[in-house]
Design a protein around this ligand. Structure first.
Ligand SMILES: *Cc1c(COP(=O)(O)O)cnc(C)c1O
Length: 402
């Protein structure tokens, strides 16, 4: 079947490439080629492909129990929630199946908190330009990007967006008595791998504390070890009131979670929220297995070490190709190369060389390798990126000469 007569919605601009299997940081396509995977399903395959501990968790759970309704106890979900609370600021967890649902749960939790405290007028959620929070009707309103809102009817009310870096506007809305929460990604992923300075995060925490506005972090992409911390906000020495998590937490199995302090979650009483699939035994078994690995005391030090190495190698790449790359950004293993030539061409050239990398806003090439990568794999990836950069540069030089 060709692309045009596919029975699928045409919502994705898919590359003409399909994969059959994966192992660690590598994927094999259906036509037998090997690819080094430095996008990891957009930060989802945190432990790479076919990690033995996750494979074992899926197999043994599949033989026991897949799904029960949330009207019953789910012991593995209790255990996962306890472990997440033990490892973070949180006291309560609500499980979802995706990032957008985790953000939706976070938004509902924030509004419901103020409602329960007798301030039902506090509904406004303040976000920052360049944000990405998902594709549901509420999360496209939160993200505020016209390209995702267009044609889908009235934008859900109650969201206010300030320009990235406009501290005055942020301050203004935090002081407003109808503001419920500020919602931000500590490092904007889709938006172009833009990390908020740690001072800005600290300041935001302080201002929210002064006015009773809740601080909600979207760590769907930055969480579960991606930045070298279990969660990105730890680098700033702050804690949020509510946090959305997904992507890496399932290691490739759909799992999301909304974490909150007991206080922030106090409005979410029986009947206020629910999900048929959220927190099902399969998902809980896999996410517990992911935590087994990520919470090992050697894991995050490994991420920090290999991330430092990748960052250093990318610095060399930017220096060698000043006509292709403007700068490098990001932190840990969420890194970006701001391109001077179209990022789509660099991504396509990398793929032809056997390296998978993602795009991001602001003409950025985004690197999100599995957290288990080795220095040898970093060297291999940078070699392939060099070849891709040389190829794109040559193509543009030829065009310029013609
Ligand atoms: C991917 C992402 C989402 C949406 O997650 P889905 O699982 O696609 O719904 C939300 N926020 C951030 C920061 C993301 O990177």
């Amino acid at each position: 079947m060709t692309m045009t007569d596919s029975a699928l919605f045409t919502t994705y601009a898919r590359a003409p490439l399909a994969f059959e299997r994966g192992e660690g940081a590598y994927l094999w396509s259906t036509d037998g080629r090997r690819y080094l995977d430095f996008m990891a399903g957009i930060a989802v395959n945190a432990l790479g492909h076919a990690h033995p501990h996750l494979v074992e968790a899926v197999k043994s759970q599949a033989e026991k129990l897949w799904h029960v309704s949330n009207i019953f106890q789910i012991p593995d979900g209790e255990r996962l929630a306890e472990r997440l609370c033990e490892a973070t600021f949180a006291d309560r967890v609500f499980f979802t199946n995706s990032g957008a649902e985790a953000v939706e749960a976070a938004i509902k939790t924030a509004r419901r908190y103020h409602f329960a405290k007798g301030q039902p007028e506090r509904t406004r959620i303040v976000t920052v330009s360049g944000a990405f929070h998902g594709r549901t009707l509420a999360t496209i309103a939160a993200g505020g990007q016209e390209k995702y809102l267009e044609g889908f009817g009235p934008k859900a009310p109650g969201f206010e967006q300030v320009a990235y870096g406009d501290d005055k506007a942020l301050e203004h809305w935090i002081a407003d008595p109808e503001t419920a929460a500020v919602l931000i990604e500590p490092v904007q992923g889709e938006g172009g791998v833009r990390a908020f300075p740690l001072e800005v995060l600290k300041d935001l925490r302080r201002r929210c504390d002064e006015t009773g506005v809740l601080l909600v972090l979207d760590e769907v992409q930055t969480g579960v070890g991606r930045t070298g911390h279990l969660f990105a906000h730890e680098a700033a020495g702050i804690t949020p009131d509510i946090m959305a998590v997904a992507k890496g937490i399932g290691g490739g199995f759909p799992v999301g979670a909304c974490l909150a302090t007991a206080e922030a979650a106090s409005g979410m009483v029986p009947g206020t929220h629910g999900s048929t699939f959220g927190g099902n035994p399969m998902a809980m078994a896999v996410a517990n297995a992911v935590l087994d690995v990520v919470l090992d005391e050697d894991f995050l030090p490994h991420v920090r070490r290999v991330a430092g190495y990748l960052n250093q190698r990318l610095g060399g790449l930017v220096d060698s190709f000043p006509d292709v790359f403007a700068d490098q950004r990001g932190t840990g293993l969420i890194l970006g190369l701001k391109a001077k030539l179209p990022n789509t061409e660099i991504i396509a050239a990398a793929r032809e060389e056997g390296l998978l990398v993602a795009g991001a806003g602001d003409n950025v090439v985004r690197l999100l390798p599995p957290l288990i990568i080795t220095e040898a794999e970093v060297d291999a990836a940078v070699d392939l990126l060099e070849r891709a950069a040389a190829r794109v540069r040559a193509a543009h030089a030829a065009k310029g000469a013609a």
